[in-house]
Design a protein around this ligand. Structure first.
Ligand code: G3H
Ligand code: 13P
Ligand code: ZN
Length: 311
């Protein structure tokens, strides 16, 4: 198996009513934990690299680690740039072997977003690389934001056909109420997503893959672990797993998860070091962190996304 684009993964996911997990990677242990889980249950994978991850770990190191994972697991793995913000960054990732890039022009005007996305699509497609665009902006919804301002962050379904046809993007991230990070919904409130928007987008773009960012469930076990062993995280609420299952049955083919990996890694390391205050070999605390990432990713693949045995 080789590093692949997401084209075939998305076609099958759309038809099969499941979603592919897109997990953010920053180092070897994270890559190993995710890919070992996927290999055990034969799941296709998207490993995504943010600009920050690329700056932290270096493009070549991450690329070579992912190439190693493909050799070790024999899985189809798509290597994706997460939240590319300039043409130059996307070009650099395409030239460096990524098979998919996101150009996030969601903070620009509709016309500027189209122009930038189209420029990236032209270069990417000429190099056999696929592109994810974004319409609508992800944000935490605050109590004191008035309704129209709140609404303005959601994707407007009446814009999606024009955006997709004028840019030529291969997938589209939309905003339906999720947000990045661990604090997605106000404590004490019931998490709500705008499935009506997702449904309308799906109706307007039949068969077209939709992407859900900000999709960590914020696994309570790890928030508790962090707080039990010296951390001080306020109440954190993520996207309930049932909502992810529902999105996966609809037009969502790619579900982005980063925060849950961070929580699992940090919680596990905190616990290990608290229980073994005399240990200082990084392998001793990175090993259980890698194992817990693996177990969590396996759970998401099998019990939430439904992409096991689809590689
Ligand atoms: O959507 C953002 C991802 O969680 C990546 O975060 O830019 O801190 O690497 P990062
Ligand atoms: P989370 O912060 O919910 O994990 O979202 C990650 C993401 O959307 C990466 O693009
Ligand atoms: Zn994101």
């Amino acid at each position: 198996m080789a590093i692949v684009t997401s084209t075939e993964m998305f076609q099958k996911a759309y038809q099969g009513g499941y979603a592919i997990g897109a997990f953010n990677v920053n180092n070897m242990e994270i890559i190993q934990g995710i890919t070992e889980a996927a290999a055990e249950v034969s799941a296709p994978l998207i490993l995504q690299v943010s600009a920050g991850a690329r700056k932290y770990a270096n493009h070549t190191y991450l690329m070579k680690l992912i190439e190693a994972a493909v050799i070790e697991t024999n899985l189809p793995i798509c290597v994706h740039l997460d939240h590319g913000d300039t043409f130059e960054l996307c070009k650099s990732c395409i030239d460096g072997g990524f098979t998919s890039v996101m150009i996030d022009g969601s903070h620009f005007s509709f016309e500027e977003n189209i122009a930038l996305t189209k420029q990236v699509v032209e270069y990417a497609h000429a190099h056999g690389v696929v592109v994810e665009g974004e319409l609508g902006r992800l944000a935490g919804v605050e109590d004191d934001v008035n309704v129209s301002a709140e609404d303005s962050s959601y994707t407007h379904p009446d814009e999606v056909e024009e955006f997709v046809s004028r840019t030529g993007v291969d997938s589209l991230a939309i905003a339906i109420g999720t947000s990045h990070g661990a604090y997605k919904f106000k404590p004490g409130t019931k998490p709500q997503l705008r499935f009506d928007i997702l449904e309308e987008v799906g109706r307007r773009l039949p068969g077209f893959p939709i992407v859900l960012h900000g999709a960590s469930s914020v696994v309570q076990e790890y928030v508790d672990m962090i707080n039990t062993y010296g951390g001080n995280m306020p109440d954190a609420i993520g996207v309930p797993e049932d909502m992810l299952r529902q999105a996966a049955r609809m037009a969502v083919c790619k579900i982005n998860i980063d925060s849950d990996l961070r929580l699992a890694m940090t919680g596990t390391i905190r616990k290990y070091l608290a229980e073994h205050p005399d240990h200082f070999d990084p392998r001793q605390y990175l090993k259980p962190a890698r194992e817990n990432i693996k177990q969590m990713v396996r759970h998401k693949i099998v019990d939430v996304l439904g992409c096991d045995h689809k590689a």
